[in-house]
Ligand binder design. Structure first.
Ligand code: ZN
Length: 680
């Protein structure tokens, strides 16, 4: 493993800054820590509230991510209050957390890592702890102790498996005191601890041991690996066909977001002859269990029709849930409430790996962890067979009260959390406002537009504001059937399916009927009618495969109910769109699929529908100047209000979400009140 430390950036830096730098170097290396995993500390003299000298320990805050950590995420705890705990024989998790909260130098700092005592009990200034892949491959195999000894001899100390907490911390403190010459501590089925006089030395020692472990494993694998890995035949079913069926089955209780991975490394692992057994041993370290559950689900697809796939998946999920219930019943002793019985990882040999979560970020964390678990399993198999936590230990890690408590602190989910929306014409105007609003309310958004660059700007803004992978952008011409098919496949591949369609893309050609060119007429019908048909057809295919309902929202126009002079090509095509919406409401009802439309009027700001040319023509038609248009339209409505894209987005949000579950086939004007256009 590459030692990334460069002295320059932290020359003469404070101990805390050196620690932050160490974190970043560790976080850069995914095989050392993933997401919130790992922790580090440094002990320093400080002054307490009364100006008295005390020794404190800066320790990583619970759950913070090493690769992006900042100094404020390191609470300082008083060591003169932490060290006496070492004399105790036991301490409950709750007492430990409460005690540590009172050892904080600054009571407003984040909660210190659950492994704080482990750091505090070690008689070394700088301590680094990771759940590194290479060490887990050494400790997670049948031969464990002999394997570790063969690699490191007596230079490291082995600590038996305990759930993180007081017991583990005490065992670590004792082991270090009894072995003052040790270069590091290896925690069985958990990870590695090294130390030094400063963060750099602790880091160097860590990288040195990890590198030795990696070389040891490589040599073993070279000796034992015979022949090329078995690569699967090309998949018989496209992942885009499987994804919505799988998502529907997994979403019976609450919808989930999927992530898909069919990288060569993953497909190679899925082609292992021992896949069915090697994946059913357990997580590499207790920390992973909370994300991955104990086992992934392995499904061999025997059929290729959507119905056949559904049967295969449903049966496999049923078996998984039954086995989980059995494991819960066998290990639950303290009246715990059973968590959901869904897998977090679904492995389909020859096709790929799906991971799931409440959002894209959660699904990504599971995917990252399992990609590393696959490597650990492959390496441990080469070292004599993958072995890990017993069912009892796995259960106590999964039902650890401290972790269950964290779940109760989660904020209430937003209305569109766990939902996937595709919006057409979303690079500007109403489409952009709707994409932003749905994302703000929790949805994952596929931002599509003929203007791909504009769509990318909107998607990038949503990701920046709402989180990892929360939006993607696609160039989409809604009149092109192939592009439409491809866009919906991308939705299935990226997020697992679809819940909401906002069919918004449109144009507004102007001209009296006797002056209209055929191509103008055709173009309006192609975009304002056929475009809506194509995206509707593709959406319905996915929604029916999922079987969990859905909401289709059409941006129609006030012209549907009150057509305007010189708007023939537009109004005729839009009337067809409105009729399409009603037919979808009729045909979709039995599947829980709703279809509704919005009738906005006169929205100028940020709109690409209202070209300068169109504004000039409408102004001329009313005998006013272009500058007078907004006020003209405002005066025309009952509320004398200027209608904005954001107003339309609020109505779209209502129709998309749980507040409109009994509304279908409806038309909602967002026009400030135009009595000629009242729906009737
Ligand atoms: Zn740990």
């Amino acid at each position: 493993m590459l030692n990334r430390w460069q002295t320059g950036p932290v020359l003469n830096a404070s101990a805390l800054d050196q620690l932050v730098y160490q974190s970043r170097m560790v976080g850069e290396e995914e095989s050392l820590v993933l997401w919130g995993g790992g922790n580090n500390s440094v002990k320093e003299p400080a002054l307490d509230l009364l100006g008295q000298p005390v020794e404190v320990m800066y320790i990583k805050g619970s759950g913070s991510d090493m690769k992006s950590i900042v100094p404020a995420q390191y609470p300082a705890v008083r060591l003169d209050w932490v060290r006496p705990l070492f004399e105790r024989d036991e301490m409950s998790d709750e007492d430990m957390v409460a005690y540590l909260a009172r050892c904080l130098m600054d009571p407003t700092s984040p909660r210190p890592s659950i492994e704080t005592l482990l750091h505090g009990f070690l008689p070394y200034r700088a301590v680094l702890h990771t759940h590194t892949d290479a060490i887990l491959a050494l400790t997670n195999n049948e031969g464990r102790e002999e394997t570790v000894r063969e690699c490191f001899g007596d230079r490291v100390v082995l600590v038996p498996y305990y759930l993180p907490g007081f017991k583990l911390s005490k065992a670590v403190g004792l082991a270090a005191r009894q072995n003052p010459d040790a270069e590091g501590l290896i925690l069985m089925n958990h990870g590695l601890i090294t130390w030094g006089n400063d963060p750099q030395e602790a880091y160097n020692n860590h990288i040195k041991l990890v590198t030795e472990a990696e070389e040891f494993i490589r040599a073993k694998r070279n000796q034992q690996f015979q022949g090329a890995p078995l690569f699967p035949a090309s998949p018989v079913v496209e992942p885009e066909t499987i994804a919505p069926i799988l998502r529907g089955l997994l979403s019976a209780d609450k919808p989930v977001i999927l992530e898909f991975d069919n990288s060569p490394e993953t497909l190679e692992f899925l082609a292992r002859p021992d896949l069915a057994t090697a994946t059913q041993v357990g997580p590499a370290t207790p920390d992973h269990l909370l994300y991955t559950k104990r086992f992934p689900l392995v499904v061999e697809l025997l059929e290729t029709s959507p119905e056949g796939i559904r049967n295969n998946l449903a049966q496999a999920l049923g078996r998984y849930a039954a086995a989980y219930q059995e494991y819960f019943a066998a290990n639950s002793k303290a009246g715990e409430t059973m968590l959901d019985a869904l897998p977090r990882i679904v492995l389909v040999p020859g096709v790929g790996m799906w991971t799931l979560g409440k959002d894209s970020r959660a699904a990504r964390i599971v995917a990252d962890i399992y990609r590393h678990t696959m490597q650990i399993i492959a390496n441990a198999q080469a070292l004599g067979g993958y072995a890990t936590l017993s069912p009892e230990n796995a259960f106590s890690a999964e039902y650890w009260p401290l972790e269950l408590y964290k779940l109760t602190l989660l904020p209430k989910e937003k209305d569109l959390a766990r939902r996937i929306a595709l919006v057409t014409g979303a690079a500007s105007g109403i489409g952009r406002a709707i994409a932003r609003r749905l994302a703000e309310e929790g949805a994952h958004v596929i931002v599509t537009d003929l203007n791909g660059e504009g769509a990318e700007l909107v998607a990038a803004e949503i990701r920046q504001k709402n989180g990892l992978n929360r939006a993607i952008a696609l160039t989409l011409n809604v009149t092109d059937p192939e592009q439409v098919e491809a866009a919906f496949k991308t939705a299935c591949r990226t997020y697992g399916g679809l819940d909401i369609l906002v069919s918004n893309a449109g144009i507004a050609p102007v001209g009296a009927i006797d002056k209209l060119q055929l191509h103008e007429w055709d173009l309006s019908l192609a975009i304002n009618t056929t475009g809506h048909f194509l995206v509707t057809r593709a959406s319905l295919d996915i929604l029916k495969k999922q079987g969990i309902g859905g909401s289709l929202i059409y941006n129609a126009t006030k012209n549907v109910t009150a057509p305007g002079k010189d708007f023939g090509a537009y109004s005729v095509a839009k009337a067809a769109e409105a009729q399409l919406c009603r037919i979808v409401a009729i045909e979709g009802g039995e599947f829980g699929i709703r279809a509704n439309m919005l009738n906005p009027d006169a929205i100028f700001e940020g709109s690409s529908l209202w070209s300068e040319d169109l504004k000039a023509k409408r102004a001329a038609a009313y005998g006013i100047s272009v500058a007078e248009l907004p006020n003209f339209y405002r005066q025309r409505n009952l509320l004398k209000a200027e209608v904005t894209a954001e107003d339309v987005a609020e109505a779209a949000l209502f129709l998309a979400g749980p507040r409109a579950t009994k509304t279908t086939g409806a038309m909602i004007p967002v026009d400030g009140g135009v009595k000629e256009a009242f729906p009737r």
